[in-house]
Design a protein around this ligand. Structure first.
Ligand code: GDP
Ligand code: MG
Length: 444
């Protein structure tokens, strides 16, 4: 897959020290190949590589990151830009005013399924969607929409298959008006290929019923074809946004990377499976992480970049292994945590820590933890050097002196000492932890 290939390229940059212009160019030649193989549009690849190169070579990039990390960082940022940077919402009218959404796309792209998936999203937002069956060429399509609508608990409006799609759409909107629906989603008929009849039919619907949003549904597995299809639809009928389906089976990411750049139209949602709940809002940053295959580690790099000295982290880990970890190290370690934006943000970023949900919803506890961190710091700062480097000499009289110096009760000092011992133990059990902060010895 693309992510495997890119990871390999960057792995080769590891440990090369400073990155020269020829290093950047060599790496980007590989990136270019990988993107082309992933079926990213040729023009998009060219422009992409150019902008990465301009940034990488022009900048004094290699100060705080390893060369590979720096290239990953720039590639990642450019990928996000390419996909539109921001998440785009479907524009809906407010209150009881009806928003008419027309779904368009080739046969099998996933229109009918996505229509029902979207309806579920709108319903969850407290909207009242109505689905309208405008695919009159396949009786099974009407039935499919009815079944899916029922599963979602959303009404479906259908007429016979001997009716004109424009008339069905009109009648559907009237039905919505008299039944209090504020969103109408028109499920239209596709064809196997881009074809004049289909385009004319869609143009007719669009010009006769006042469509507010035309959403193109494309199959991401078709790669560059998906992009060509998007261009044709946009030229012929004008689209407002794209939903990429079957992203669950697409390991290449070619369509996702090219569509916005080629058509200028945002990707709104991504279909992630056949189940009606498998529709996700499209986040360019998450998609870039997915294509790079590095998850939230990317954001960790970014934060760590400025503050963390990889050598220091490696040295600290060595100390931990040898159980030399003392209060001076503890102090430094806490400083690093502060620089990285506090405990909460770190715990949220570390994969597999299992803290994410709790910390996000439990802001009060985190505030308490940060306060604790400050108190702990004050206590350690009240220790003299001998005490910091040899915690075992901390007897009650020393602890009393420290407590007075920090303006806390002696029980607080005891708590810090205990915390320190626990930390030391925990760090020994998780030798990989410091690597996450470090970099040079880490995954890249
Ligand atoms: P339409 O002809 O454009 O209306 O396409 P359908 O909605 O009938 O979908 C065609 C096929 O693609 C069906 O078997 C769907 O279950 C499947 N499908 C649609 N969206 C997705 C998706 O996001 N992931 C996967 N794996 N299958 C999908
Ligand atoms: Mg259909």
């Amino acid at each position: 897959s693309l992510s495997d290939k890119l990871q390999n390229i960057f792995k080769n940059l590891r440990g090369k020290g400073r990155l020269s212009e020829s290093d950047v160019k060599a790496a980007l030649r590989e990136v270019k190949m990988a993107l082309l193989e992933a079926d990213v549009n040729f023009k998009v690849v060219k422009q992409f590589v150019k902008s990465v190169e301009e940034r990488a070579i022009g900048q004094d990039v290699m100060e705080s990151l390893t060369p590979g990390q720096m290239v990953i960082k720039i590639v990642n940022e450019e990928m996000i830009k390419l996909m539109g940077s921001e998440t785009t919402e479907i524009a809906l009218k407010s209150g009881s005013e009806i928003t008419v959404i027309m779904m368009a796309g080739l046969q099998g792209a996933g229109k009918t399924t996505t229509t029902a998936k979207l309806a579920g999203k709108f319903k969850a937002q407290g909207r009242k969607p109505l689905l309208v069956a405008c695919d009159v060429y396949r009786p099974a399509a009407v039935e499919q929409l009815k079944i899916n609508g029922e599963k979602q608990g959303v009404p479906v409006f259908a007429m016979g298959t001997n009716q004109n799609p424009v008339d069905i759409a009109k009648a559907g909107i009237e039905h919505a008006k008299s039944n209090g629906n504020n969103i109408v989603i028109l499920d239209t008929a596709g064809r196997l290929h881009v074809d004049e009849d289909m385009m004319t039919e869609l143009q007719n619907i669009k010009s006769s019923v006042g469509v507010d949003q035309t959403i193109l549904v494309v199959d991401s597995m078709t790669g560059q074809d998906a992009v060509n299809v998007a261009s044709s639809f946009d030229e012929k009928i004008g689209i407002d946004g794209v939903i990429l389906t079957k992203l669950d089976g697409d390991t290449r990411g070619g369509a996702a990377l090219s569509i916005k750049a080629v058509t200028g139209k945002p990707i709104l949602y991504a279909g992630m499976g056949e189940k009606l709940s498998d529709l996700e809002q499209f986040h360019p940053d998450r998609m870039a992480s997915r294509i790079l295959g590095m998850g939230d580690v990317l954001s960790l790099i970014e934060k760590a970049e400025a503050q963390i000295d990889a050598d220091k982290a490696a040295e600290m880990e060595k100390k931990l292994r040898k159980a030399e970890f003392d209060f001076n190290d503890y102090l430094e370690y806490m400083g690093q945590i502060k620089n990285m934006g506090g405990l909460g943000s770190i715990m949220n970023m570390l994969p597999g820590m299992g803290f994410a949900g709790k910390i996000k919803t439990d802001g009060v506890d985190m505030d308490e933890a940060e306060k604790n961190l400050k108190r702990t710091e004050a206590i350690i700062l009240s220790m003299n050097n001998a005490e910091r480097s040899r915690p075992d000499i901390l007897n009650p009289s020393r602890k009393n002196r420290i407590a007075r110096g920090a303006g806390v009760d002696i029980s607080e000092v005891n708590r810090v000492v205990k915390q320190f011992e626990q930390m030391k133990k925990m760090m020994k059990q998780m030798p990989g932890m410091m690597k996450q902060f470090g970099g040079k010895k880490g995954r890249f």
